[in-house]
Design a protein around this ligand. Structure first.
Ligand SMILES: *Cc1c(COP(=O)(O)O)cnc(C)c1O
Length: 398
């Protein structure tokens, strides 16, 4: 009898009672706007910023409306102008080149390795083309940050980190998001904390953060930020920085604060699921697991493996076979963008030179979420189905 899996890959955990109570308290007093505070009150959004800054050891934090908004605000805050080129990963999600395009800048794509991280050799060859690298830790894979920072510093290139999949992860004891000038996060439902939509920026630089706060739509009430720079910093900037509203509200912040307190145990729960799947797939012929360096303290909220050098038809057959058994895998090599997977050649607003070495890797990337609503047994079942179907296809073609 063939196993069939009945779990739902897009089902996240419910909001805890603590989060629901905090949200209800905000609804009952009605002060949902972040600057709507009574005398002496510190609103949920301001508290969330203080707590996340402390957790990451950052001087400043700004909570905003989405992860994509955090990215475009970060680019503006470091001075990217329309027509500027911005380096970024070829293996990433649409909101990353989208954030660059949203401010009229031009993405320059940098290749991906079989380890699913940015190709440092390709990066080195392109560092003279731009002043900023928007580094995406796509699907939680973290490049050697020591090597990357050394390289970018040598060229005076500013690094902004997209940590949508690395909240709570580290490279060699440094939090993801703390090596670049700004770290950006998302609290959209499929990320590590869930408020439906939402995002953060963290930063240690006074002027950069003051610009981000004004950009986010602080009107002239920036003095209410508790995790922001001293008010003098805003003096020179407030009349020359546009207001592009994208604030976080107190309702979402209320839901997020209890989740931040559980981040570490949640990350461990994801990694337990990852280990079950990874050990089951380690010996499957034709399937390549991603090697993770020992310095990488990742958070595996999703799982990727490679079907390197398989034909498109053979990959489609495997995907159809696993799907018929309840395991819907995503494929980054599909010629049309589907769901959260898309190739750089489908971002026609950002044309790129062909990148054959990256094309080979992208063609082979298979992706799935591992939500915390899956038990460890569920993860075993999922892995067994993948193992069966890839092994069968391998036997038939070899
Ligand atoms: C989700 C995501 C974002 C943006 O987050 P939103 O909150 O959906 O705007 C940015 N980068 C990556 C890699 C993501 O997966």
């Amino acid at each position: 009898m063939k196993d069939i899996f009945y779990g739902d890959f897009t089902q996240q955990e419910p909001i805890s009672d603590e989060g629901i109570d905090a949200a209800l308290a905000v609804l009952k007093h009605g002060r949902l706007h972040r600057y709507n505070e009574t005398e002496g009150e510190v609103g949920e959004t301001a508290l969330l910023e203080l707590e996340f800054a402390a957790q990451m050891g950052a001087k400043y934090c700004l909570a905003v409306a989405s992860g994509g908004y955090a990215l475009s605000t970060a680019l503006r805050a470091v001075g990217v102008k329309p027509g500027d080129k911005v380096l970024t990963n070829v293996f990433t999600l649409a909101p990353v080149p989208g954030a660059i395009a949203s401010i009229g800048a031009i993405p320059i794509f940098v290749g991906v390795t079989e380890g699913l991280v940015i190709d440092l050799k390709d990066l080195a060859s392109k560092l003279d083309q731009a002043d900023v690298l928007l580094l995406s830790h796509m699907r939680g894979h973290i490049v050697d940050m020591v090597a990357l920072m050394k390289l970018t510093q040598a060229y005076g290139v500013t690094v902004i980190e997209d940590c949508a999949h690395t909240m709570g992860a580290k490279w060699d004891n440094v939090w993801s998001g703390r090596s670049g000038v700004i770290g950006c996060y998302s609290s959209q439902t499929y990320k590590h904390i869930n408020s439906g939509e939402g995002g953060f920026l963290i930063c240690d630089d006074d002027e950069t953060m003051a610009r981000a706060i004004i950009l986010s739509g602080s009107y002239m009430i920036y003095g209410k930020h508790r995790a922001g720079p001293p008010t003098e910093t805003f003096k020179e900037l407030k009349l020359v920085t546009p207001n592009i509203s994208g604030r976080m509200d107190n309702l979402r912040a209320a839901i997020l604060r209890p989740q931040l307190r559980c981040l570490e145990s949640q990350c461990e729960a994801w990694n337990e699921r990852y280990r079950v799947v990874n050990s089951a797939l380690a010996q499957v012929p034709g399937l390549t697991c991603v090697v993770r360096p020992h310095q990488e303290h990742f958070v595996a909220s999703s799982y990727q493996f490679l079907l390197l050098d398989w034909s498109g038809d053979a990959i489609c057959e495997i995907l159809d076979a696993t799907k018929s058994r309840g395991v819907e895998l995503k494929w980054f090599g599909a010629s049309n963008p589907v769901g959260f997977t898309s190739r750089y050649d489908s971002w026609e607003y950002a044309p790129s030179e062909p990148m054959p070495a990256s094309d080979r890797v992208l063609h082979g990337i298979i992706d799935m979420r591992l939500p915390l609503t899956f038990s460890l047994d569920d993860c075993s079942t999922v892995a067994r189905i993948i193992c069966d179907e890839v092994s069968r296809a391998y036997r038939n073609t070899n």
